[in-house]
Design a protein around this ligand. Structure first.
Ligand SMILES: NC(=O)c1ccc[n+]([C@@H]2O[C@H](COP(=O)([O-])OP(=O)(O)OC[C@H]3O[C@@H](n4cnc5c(N)ncnc54)[C@H](OP(=O)(O)O)[C@@H]3O)[C@@H](O)[C@H]2O)c1
Length: 342
């Protein structure tokens, strides 16, 4: 598939910036790149491959002539704009949460279900990139499921402020500075001050009475998106998502139960052999991944592998990945690359 013109929508945001950087660094093959955002950013210029590109205001008509659209906007903008991009004939890859669980939409991690992207592109259907906390977890679950048959997952997340966009990153700095300078605590983007704090709420508690009762929208993304990507509609997933005062990289403790016994050595081997995963697992030597080590890397890192003491066929581990890279921009660019290489 050849892409003449590529448009990045939301090109000025936290994810959009990394999409541009990844397209440039990975030398994505296309003749022309267009960067779109709101009226607020239109007219500003961005240097890309040595050229100045002027940011355009996005509109339903803006997609004329585009072959590929990679979008990273708020949900409402994705809802309103992307059907126009599809109608204009573009292949569309969306980072937002709006379309992911739509039956017509392929939810893709290229190492797991690349054919879903190929089929959707050929049929003019939208392709969605998963939620950042889901992507790194399913990357680990896939090889373990293939090895021993996954039955249950309990996950706790430690999610960086950049998961909430540029305003999240700014608020960590402001909140920390205010606390250090005058003991005051500020909260605008987050539900509570994030400096020197942990917040056990990401998204809203809007589901009541059903499966999602008591869970946040972020947590239910981890449940439903995981089932869809792995093709395991009955998988039991028990998530708790927590915002932490870390700039970049989401960390997760993941406890898996399996149909069959799986030794720690077998789990380590399966994870290390899976594309995009790096195992750093020598705790006695102080070797395990941390957000500071993993920021700015396209890979998902795993460490602290051990037997789950509380169940028969269980393995527990620690997982870190840059939410703006594999959790967002890298995954979308990899989807585009797999289509461009066909
Ligand atoms: N941050 C992450 O780790 C992450 C990971 C996976 C998925 N996502 C998803 O990716 C999307 C973007 O997140 P982000 O973190 O990059 O947010 P962000 O830093 O706030 O950036 C938002 C981008 O969308 C543009 N935008 C805002 N309102 C728009 C509208 N009505 N129409 C068109 N464009 C609009 C903004 O343009 P202006 O500069 O002109 O305001 C900006 O370029 C969200 O749906 C988010 O859930 C984020």
């Amino acid at each position: 598939m050849k892409f003449g013109t590529v448009a990045v929508v939301g090109a000025t945001g936290a994810v959009g910036r990394i999409i541009r950087e990844r397209l440039e660094a990975r030398e994505f093959p296309a003749d022309r790149f267009r960067f779109l955002a709101t009226k607020r950013s239109a007219g500003s210029t961005i240097t890309f491959r040595g050229q100045e590109i002027t940011v355009e205001e996005v509109s339903p008509e803006a997609f004329e002539g585009c072959d590929l659209v990679i979008a990273s906007t708020p949900d409402e903008a994705a809802r309103d704009l992307l059907p126009h991009a599809l109608k204009a004939g573009a292949v569309v890859i969306d980072e937002s949460g709006y379309w992911r669980m739509n039956d017509e939409v392929a939810l893709v991690v290229p190492e797991i279900n690349p054919d879903a992207a190929r089929t959707a592109a050929a049929e003019g259907r939208l392709i969605a990139s998963p939620n950042c906390s889901t992507t790194q977890m399913v990357q680990c679950l896939k090889p373990l499921h293939d090895a021993a048959g996954l039955t249950r997952v309990t996950v706790s997340t430690y999610q960086a402020v950049s998961g909430a966009g540029l305003s999240g990153t700014a608020e960590l700095l402001e909140s920390t500075k205010a606390a250090l300078e005058n003991g005051s605590f500020v909260a605008t983007t987050f539900q509570r001050p994030i400096g020197f704090n942990l917040i056990p709420q990401i998204g809203s508690f809007k589901e009541q009475g059903g499966e999602g009762d008591g869970y946040t929208s972020e947590e239910m993304k981890m449940v439903r998106e995981t089932r869809k990507i792995l093709g395991l509609p009955g998988l039991r997933v028990n998530p708790t998502c927590v915002r932490v005062p870390v700039a970049d990289c989401h960390s997760e403790t993941i406890a898996c139960e399996f149909d069959r016994p799986l030794s720690v050595a077998e789990a380590r081997e399966a994870l290390a052999a899976f594309p995009g995963i790096a195992v750093i697992d020598d705790p006695l030597a102080g070797k395990y991944p941390t957000p500071r080590d993993c920021a700015g890397d396209d890979r998902t890192f795993v460490g602290r592998l051990r037997k789950d003491l509380s169940c028969e066929n269980g393995v527990t581990f620690w997982c870190v990945s840059d939410n703006l890279r594999k959790g967002a921009a890298t995954n979308a660019v990899q989807i585009a690359e797999l289509l461009a290489n066909d």
